[in-house]
Design a protein around this ligand. Structure first.
Ligand code: COA
Length: 99
């Protein structure tokens, strides 16, 4: 699913989301996944991101999805803070190393 925010016909932000379906061994077989959110710099801090995320959560709720996930860079303190303001909390830690 792709949502766009427009200002007088010009796209100023977008959000990409999908249903994440998992094997039957998991109790929760489906959860929502927000994979990208972007708002043009000139339009930030005006509630556009909150509105996009709110619309995505409503879209999931209409489809009986009770949990929505996303991945964000743990080193990006600002990004983490924005997601917390939008009601998300950290439940997993992804680790990697260079080879
Ligand atoms: C993250 C992003 C989508 C937020 O969009 P936005 O339209 O500025 O967000 P909003 O104005 O709706 O703000 C949402 C909440 O985060 C907070 N917030 C947003 N930017 C913030 C900042 N720079 N510093 C502190 N808080 C911030 C707002 O205060 C708001 O909370 P509140 O309503 O409780 O006050 C936008 O900054 C962006 O596109 N960044 C680059 C791409 C990115 O990092 N995407 C996220 C990872 S996928």
């Amino acid at each position: 699913m792709c949502l766009v925010a427009e200002d007088e016909g010009r796209v100023v932000g977008f959000l990409l989301a999908s249903m994440d379906r998992r094997p039957g061994i998991f109790l929760e077989r489906v959860h929502g996944l927000i994979s990208d959110v972007y708002v043009r710099p000139a339009y930030r801090r005006r509630g556009v991101g909150r509105e996009l995320v709110g619309a995505a959560l409503a879209w999931f709720a209409e489809r009986q999805v009770s949990r929505v996930r996303l991945r964000t860079d743990a080193r990006d303190a600002l990004g983490v803070a924005v997601w917390k303001r939008l009601g998300f909390e950290t439940v997993a830690l992804t680790m990697d190393r260079l080879l």
